[in-house]
Ligand binder design. Structure first.
Ligand code: 5GP
Length: 324
């Protein structure tokens, strides 16, 4: 069973503050961590309290962390008492729902070094609408079209005369699109102007099979479906800079999204970008491999390029379940 399984390294799926955990045998001996941290589990002989170190700070002594088994037990207890307030600070800071959606409290991880013969890792860009994810993706591809590509989406809209099936889009009937939805072919799909658009796993694999680095911008809800051993996604969160920086850098910029076409950024838009980014981080930051602040398109593009190359060439932590 998972309780008896020896984990060497684990990714934390929630924050933990030992000082606020009334059950810890000795709070001073606890190891505080944040979700997304990679932990080296150095002792799991006790079924309730493990000893661990943060991989980012191996010079520090190991500290106590609640075991997988203990967290699962707490989570189950919390489920039963859904309406009551939790006594456990571990969970009071983290909505129970995040445990139910991601499953285990820790995700076992291993160090992965891509060999030259392996497919590239899928690069997923995530960020709030208006932060410039699409612009960054396009910029990367424009600068290096032989290295970076995005998958070709499917759509139900009519082909325009200058378009070619399989180049801009795969043009399909509504029925075909719907059957693809039912067979879970799409990583994400949406409606625009009365037509359906979606990105399927096969078109991502086609880019990877061609030896290129595939870049997609995805709604965060698509993360779970994309985290497979086949795609081994490396997830980059595109974060907005401070509002004053956005005011400065985006004062002459236009919002081009599904809802506002060619409208200048207003104060409310900046507020919305900031709030939406915070929500995304609260819910999904445990899955972010890297964060890039899009203070301006040029410097963010340069940063992204080096992050993406490192993600392909240097060892990275990936779920152990992706290696089998
Ligand atoms: P167009 O029909 O002008 O080529 O694209 C219009 C819009 O369709 C785009 O701006 C974008 O919002 C949406 N779109 C294009 N491809 C995709 C896709 O793969 N998924 C989703 N959800 N929307 C897409």
């Amino acid at each position: 069973s998972i309780c008896n399984h020896t984990m060497l390294f684990a990714r934390a799926m929630a924050d933990y503050w030992p000082q606020q955990d009334p059950a810890i045998p000795c709070a001073d001996a606890g190891l505080p961590f944040q979700k997304g941290d990679i932990l080296q589990i150095v002792d799991q002989s006790d079924s309730l309290w493990w000893q661990a170190r943060k991989v980012s700070d191996l010079s520090r002594c190991a500290g106590l962390i609640p075991s997988n088994h203990l967290l699962k037990r707490r989570s189950m207890r919390l489920c039963r008492r859904k309406t009551q307030n939790s006594q456990s600070s571990f969970y009071s800071r983290c909505p129970t729902s995040c445990y139910h959606t991601v499953g285990a409290p820790y995700e076992e991880v291993v160090r992965y070094q891509r060999r030259p013969c392996d497919r590239h890792r899928l690069i997923i860009l995530i960020g709030p609408s208006g932060v410039g994810v699409n612009e960054l993706r396009k910029q990367l591809i424009d600068l290096n079209p032989l290295v970076f590509q995005s998958p070709i989406p499917h759509t139900t809209r009519q082909k325009k005369t200058y378009e070619e099936n399989g180049r801009e889009y795969f043009f399909v009937s509504k029925e075909t699109f719907e059957s693809m939805v039912y067979s879970h072919s799409f990583l994400e799909y949406g409606e625009y102007n009365g037509h359906m658009y979606g990105t399927n796993v096969e078109s991502i694999k086609a880019v990877l099979d061609a030896g290129m680095i595939c870049i997609v911008d995805l709604e965060p809800q698509g993360i779970t479906g994309a985290r497979t051993h086949e795609l081994k996604p490396y997830i980059i969160f595109v974060k907005p800079p401070s509002k004053s920086c956005m005011r400065e850098t985006r004062k002459n910029a236009f919002i081009i999204t599904d809802y506002y076409v060619n409208m200048k950024f207003k104060e409310e838009d900046l507020q919305e970008i900031e709030e939406s980014a915070k929500k995304m981080e609260a819910q999904f930051s445990q899955f972010f491999d890297q964060i890039v602040v899009n203070d301006n398109l040029q410097s963010a593009t340069v940063q992204l390029m080096s992050i993406i190359h490192r993600a392909q060439d240097e060892p990275q932590w990936i779920p152990a379940s992706w290696i089998c």
